[in-house]
Design a protein. Structure first.
Length: 197
C-alpha cells in the first residue's frame, strides 16, 4: 500500500508539473503574444512579403558593399541539416588558434579597408562573440567600415556615416550595456537609401 507521504509527493509532483510546465508557459505565451507580438514571434524582419531574418540573429554579409558583423565560430548557424547552431569557439587567451584567427580577421579588415598593416581595428570585428550569432556591433566597428562601404557603393562617406548614426542604439534604459548597431537593420536601410550600383 502507498504511504501517505509517498502519495503526497506524487500529487505534489503532478500539481506542480501542470502549474509550472503547462499553465504558466501557456499564460506567459498568451500574455506576451498580446503585449509584445513582434518580439514574442522572434523579431522577424520582412522586406515586402519576403522574410529576410531576425533582429536577434546575425547573418553573414560579404562583399564591400555591406557592413560586416562580428566573426562567428559557428558560421552563423549554417549547417547541412538547416538547423540554427549557436556557440563560441571556447578558445582561451593563450590559444595559438585564437591568435591566428584574430590576426587573419585583422588582416582582412585592413586589406579590404586599404589600411596600413599596423592600423588599429575594433576588437568586436576580430573576436567572435560567445553566441556566434551576435546581431550587433559597436558604433566604432560600424564607423570603421564606412569608408569601405561608401567607396564600394560609389557614394560619399558622409551619406553612409549619417545612416550609421541613425542606427546607433543607446544603452538600454540609459545605463544597461553599451551603444550598439544592428547589422541587419543597417544593411537593409543601406540598400533602401543607397542602392548598390
Amino acid at each position: 500500500m502507498i504511504g501517505k507521504i509517498t502519495l503526497q509527493s506524487i500529487l505534489q509532483t503532478l500539481v506542480w508539473t501542470v502549474v509550472c510546465g503547462v499553465l504558466y508557459p501557456l499564460c506567459m505565451t498568451g500574455l506576451f503574444q498580446v503585449l509584445f507580438p513582434y518580439q514574442a514571434n522572434g523579431s522577424l524582419v520582412h522586406v515586402g512579403d519576403k522574410l529576410v531574418g531576425s533582429e536577434w540573429m546575425a547573418q553573414q554579409f560579404t562583399g564591400d558593399k555591406y557592413f560586416w558583423p562580428r566573426p562567428s565560430a559557428c558560421t552563423y548557424g549554417s549547417s547541412p541539416s538547416g538547423l540554427v547552431a549557436s556557440g563560441g569557439s571556447n578558445l582561451g587567451p593563450t590559444s595559438a588558434q585564437l591568435q591566428t584567427n584574430v590576426n587573419a580577421n585583422a588582416k582582412t579588415l585592413r586589406t579590404e579597408g586599404r589600411l596600413p598593416d599596423n592600423a588599429p581595428v575594433p576588437a568586436d570585428l576580430v573576436f567572435a562573440s560567445a553566441s556566434g550569432v551576435d546581431p550587433e556591433i559597436s558604433p566604432e566597428a560600424a564607423r570603421f567600415q564606412i569608408a569601405r562601404v561608401a567607396s564600394a557603393r560609389g557614394v560619399g562617406a558622409d551619406q553612409v556615416s549619417a545612416l550609421v548614426e541613425q542606427y546607433v542604439k543607446p544603452r538600454q534604459w540609459g545605463f544597461l550595456g553599451e551603444a550598439r548597431v544592428n547589422v541587419l537593420m543597417l544593411n537593409l536601410a543601406l540598400d533602401a537609401a543607397l542602392p548598390k550600383k
